[in-house]
Ligand binder design. Structure first.
Ligand SMILES: Cc1cc2nc3c(=O)[nH]c(=O)nc-3n(C[C@H](O)[C@H](O)[C@H](O)COP(=O)(O)OP(=O)(O)OC[C@H]3O[C@@H](n4cnc5c(N)ncnc54)[C@H](O)[C@@H]3O)c2cc1C
Length: 215
């Protein structure tokens, strides 16, 4: 069920249990189960991907989902966890003698973990959860737009390992370009939707005129 439909029913005063039972009752194989167990307790939880603002300090680093939880649809949690682990290990090795991470090391680690975390979550939200790309173009297009981004950015990160100032600046620019790529597709989706709507309206008014002329 689409989230907006559930929200609408909740606004109309129905509980989550009512909505769930109502939906299940539409299917023959569930109807008797629903009527036999009208008071089944229902547990709910909300799911939210996140990227922590602070992922390291002078003597600590967060890696994997503790640092940044990618949306499950990105299928990128393991890759991100390995990437964090590799970056964190390098940072620790480089600071063993000193005994703590420098400000610069902390900035580099934070920029990479947070930049990639936000980029992945934004891309899946734009292409899959929001309607313009998924509904106006189609789910396959949404999937291609996302995978074009995710495969390329993971490969580029592994190849260029943005740690020094220039590679980091270039990589930051690249992330911004990918951001524009997602927004561009979302805009194309909206444009396609409104053009389709206006064609439908035109078609309808032409049909009405023709039927009036006929009568
Ligand atoms: C159903 C499902 C499907 C997924 N599919 C994919 C996929 O297709 N591709 C992909 O890339 N990712 C996928 N992921 C995400 C991926 O599994 C995670 O992003 C990844 O495992 C995160 O690694 P992690 O090391 O951060 O955390 P985890 O793998 O969760 O490791 C954390 C470990 O810490 C332990 N732990 C927790 N608290 C304590 C404590 N207090 N003391 C000691 N130990 C503790 C836990 O037992 C666990 O072993 C999926 C996840 C799920 C749940």
């Amino acid at each position: 069920m689409a989230a907006d439909k559930l929200k609408e029913r909740r606004r109309n005063g129905r509980s989550v249990g009512d909505v769930l039972r109502g939906e299940l009752a539409r299917y023959e194989r569930f109807t008797h189960l629903v009527s036999e167990q009208p008071d089944t307790p229902i547990s709910t939880c909300s799911y939210r991907s996140y990227v922590n603002k602070r992922v390291c300090g002078p003597n600590w680093l967060m890696v994997g989902e503790a640092a940044s939880l990618p949306d499950p649809l990105t299928a990128n949690g393991v890759t991100a966890a390995f990437r964090h682990a590799q970056d964190a290990t390098e940072a620790i090795r480089a600071s063993v003698r000193r005994g703590s991470l420098t400000k610069r090391q902390q900035q580099v680690y934070t920029a990479n973990v947070c930049g990639m975390g936000h980029a992945f979550n934004h891309s899946i939200e734009k292409t899959v959860y929001e309607w313009p790309v998924r509904r106006s173009l189609n789910p396959q297009a949404a999937q291609r737009v996302y995978t074009a981004f995710s495969y390329s950015i993971n490969a580029m990160y592994s190849k260029f390992r943005p740690q020094a100032r220039l590679p980091m600046a270039l990589f930051g620019l690249l992330l911004h370009l990918w951001w524009v790529w997602m927004e561009g597709w979302a805009l194309a989706g909206r444009f396609t939707f409104y053009r389709r709507q206006s064609r439908l309206r035109q078609g309808r008014s032409k049909g009405e005129l023709a039927s009036k002329a006929g009568s």
